[in-house]
Design a protein around this ligand. Structure first.
Ligand code: AMP
Ligand code: GLY
Length: 422
């Protein structure tokens, strides 16, 4: 089978890496890809937003299955376009992907179907939103309704911060039309957990959990990023009892909600959860694989990813029973100096060739020029190790990180520490 993967980050590198292991895959293309992906697939320099060009390419190359990585392509309706042209594609359609692309829509869905989430109010008028903030309890959370590159959520410790967030999002339109509406939400205390489940509209298949590290600095200090590292499984947090609650209170209700609302959802569902003293609460739905979570989940999958993706598209998930390694995986992200703010590209990367078995370096933002591997993004590499225990995986990942260098490289030293704390 010929596969096209859309995207060019660490998540897509992990998808390509895992698909490459399928005996049924004959050729993989990736648009646009990166230098790491280019070692496993043919990269094609097409923009993720150029759906006409992607569709032409898939038709000319007779691609059997297209796999969509990023949220914005789903929100812009790439799946609908490909399906209308008779092509097979993995991911939810535009209307279903609203569960990620509109936080107000997702919140209404959760309330309608009894999925536990934070209390909130939505506003399409900034003066009413400001009025609400006058006698609210703090901290609270202000969220732009639409996609905002992960920057549209502001935790407001006090009224002044909440008011300026509303002005920035709604009046100044810092995130464009994503700020037509806001959600003002109760601040939840707890530990975050990333859940992944393939959903075909009739059934779902739950993956192991993962925990992300969103802040740039150790001990969860500094600004939020796309994710500085992750590990799986989070056995300390995700007890069997909590997993059972997540199944019944989140995933079973999600599936029943799809059916009640007539939503045809086929793809990955990645709910971001806050595990509170009162149980799991959904912070958001993502309609795609997580990044960097995919970099630890796929190395633990014992079996063929293509079988699972096809079963999702064909609504045959009830026939699948994926097996998972009993090991643990840790991914440490190495990022450019300045990230998540401004940063420079083009720094030579050294040491990736020295690594041993059990280590996979997923490229997030790299390019190769005249044979030299260079940085080309905020997040540059996801250095991933598997081990028999979480501690083993963590030590192996950091040993590998210490062999890799580029000017100004920044990474956290405490990835997976919260999984080991007693
Ligand atoms: P979201 O994009 O909605 O997942 O929000 C991004 C991040 O903001 C989450 O990963 C949390 O760290 C934080 N966050 C979002 N909603 C809340 C909430 N209600 N209470 C506390 N933290 C939150
Ligand atoms: N790691 C969080 C995300 O992919 O949104």
């Amino acid at each position: 089978m010929k596969i096209l993967v859309i995207g060019g980050g660490g998540r897509e590198h992990a998808l390509v890496w895992k698909l490459r292991q399928s005996p049924r895959v004959t050729q993989i293309f990736c648009a646009p890809g990166n230098a790491g992906i280019a070692e496993l697939a043919t990269c094609v320099p097409l923009k993720i937003s150029d759906h006409n060009a992607l569709l032409d390419f898939a038709q000319n190359e007779k691609i059997d299955l297209t796999v969509v990585g990023p949220d914005d392509a789903l929100a812009a309706g790439i799946v609908d376009r490909f399906e209308a042209a008779g092509l097979r594609i993995f991911g939810p359609r535009q209307s279903a992907a609203r569960l990620e692309s509109s936080k107000v829509y997702a919140k209404e869905f959760m309330l309608r179907h009894g999925i536990p989430t934070a209390f909130s109010r939505s506003f399409d008028d900034s003066s009413k939103a400001r009025q609400f903030c006058e006698d609210a309890k703090y901290p609270l959370v202000v969220k732009a309704d639409g996609l905002a590159l992960g920057k549209g959520v502001i935790i407001a410790e006090d009224k002044a911060t909440a008011l300026s967030a509303i002005t920035e999002i709604m009046d100044e339109r810092r995130f464009g039309d994503a700020g037509c509406r806001v959600l003002i939400e109760e601040f939840l205390q707890g530990e975050e957990c990333s859940i992944h489940a393939l959903v075909d509209g009739r059934d779902y298949v739950l993956f192991p959990g993962a925990q992300d590290h969103k802040r740039i600095f150790d001990n969860d200090q500094g600004p939020n990023t796309g994710g500085m590292g992750t590990f799986s499984p989070p056995s300390r947090l995700l007890s069997p009892a909590l997993q059972a609650r997540i199944r019944t209170e989140v995933l079973d209700r999600f599936l029943a909600g799809l059916q009640a609302d007539g939503i045809d959802y086929r793809g990955m569902l990645f709910p971001g959860l806050m595990v509170t003293a009162d149980g799991p609460r959904v912070l958001e739905f993502n309609c795609r694989f997580g990044d960097p979570e995919t970099q630890v989940l796929l190395p633990l999958l014992d079996g063929d990813l293509l079988d699972l993706l096809e079963a999702t598209v064909d609504q045959r998930l009830h026939q699948t029973a994926p097996a998972w390694k009993t090991q643990a995986a840790v991914c440490v992200v190495m990022a450019s100096a300045g990230y998540p703010g401004t940063y420079e590209n083009g720094k030579p990367i050294h040491g990736c060739e020295k690594l041993h078995a059990g280590i996979t370096v997923f490229h997030a933002g790299t390019q190769r020029r005249e044979g030299v591997l260079l940085t080309a993004g905020g997040r540059v590499l996801g250095v991933t190790a598997i081990g028999d225990t979480l501690k083993d995986a963590q030590s192996a990942a950091y040993k590998a990180v210490d062999l890799i260098s580029f000017e100004g490289a920044q990474f956290r030293r405490d990835i997976a520490a919260k999984g080991l704390a007693s």
